[in-house]
Design a protein around this ligand. Sequence first.
Ligand code: NDP
Length: 327
Amino acid sequence: AREIHLAARPQGWPTADDFRTVDVDLPDPGPGEVLVRNTFMSVDPYMRGRMNDVKSYVPPFALDAVMDGGAVGEVIASGADGIAVGDTVLHQAGWRTHALLSAKAVRKVDVSHVPASAYLGTLGMPGMTAYVGLTRIAPVEEGDTVFISGAAGAVGSAAGQIAKQLGAAKVIGSAGSAEKCAWLTELGFDVALNYKDAPIGRELREHGAVNVYFDNVGGEHLEAAIFAMADHGRIAECGMIADYNADNPPAGPRNMMMMISKRLTMRGFIVTDHGDATSEFYRRAGAWVADGSLTWRETLVDGIDNAVDAFLGLHRGDNTGKMLVQL
Ligand code: NDP
């Protein structure tokens, strides 16, 4: 089995030297354990924060130890009741080709209608993040105009489609290429803005007042959104990827004063605090997937040896839809 360790805490943009590839031998599973061959592992922007030694909502990755994160795989040996060889399971032991896990640490997933990889994307944590943001944090109301940044990513692409299902009249998305914007239009976004073509603030101004902003990016996007918000607008603060690799993050939006005059609400959230929404999410998302109103794309990077590059690719915008490593 092969795994990726954190060798050093990155300063600014991570480099290959911050990681180490290690080969290990795994024993056979004991009672209550399963051996899993991972088929897909997730790379996610939040992992950048875990590479720093700071107190946050998840503990930092330990140095000189295997990293972790969402993964799906096939059970290849089992000492656990109720889990058989051949079952597909979802778990948190990513960044490695194989994992020996307690049966309690894995969840069997149904792959009869959707591929296993969907549980790392639209039918997993990113999809749930989009759903929680638009139902619990900045609830979409019938007729709203909704703006989503990072719209061609895993969370953003789900958010745009979910906003429509929740009754948004107009969904505006921003992304970093013409190809991504074309995909957003296919997904049903009414407006797709390429923020690399023109300053996002100028582009957004053309499209009317925004009731709900789902922020994945922060920085200039957040400032542009505050300018564009309608009175009593709601901002779901989900992520600020534009600043994750910044050594010295820039000062915040210059127009925060508008929070007052426009009576805006801005609320940050962490998806894992909202486990009570899980069954509702699966029921509704499952129905939307079944009727074709919730679809997705994946960008697949091949092999554990390219996992670090896949992670870095998130910060370069290499992915359309969910970024995954196929193992
Ligand atoms: P994505 O699939 O959206 O991948 C990241 C995307 O961000 C890239 O494809 C890129 O697209 C865009 N991006 C990167 N750098 C910049 C930049 N400087 N300015 C603008 N866009 C940039 O990742 P996820 O869907 O997994 O995550 C999206 C956001 O949601 C992240 O901020 C993440 O931290 C957050 N998140 C928060 C959770 C929570 O509980 N609060 C849970 C899960 C995710 P482009 O080509 O368009 O630039």
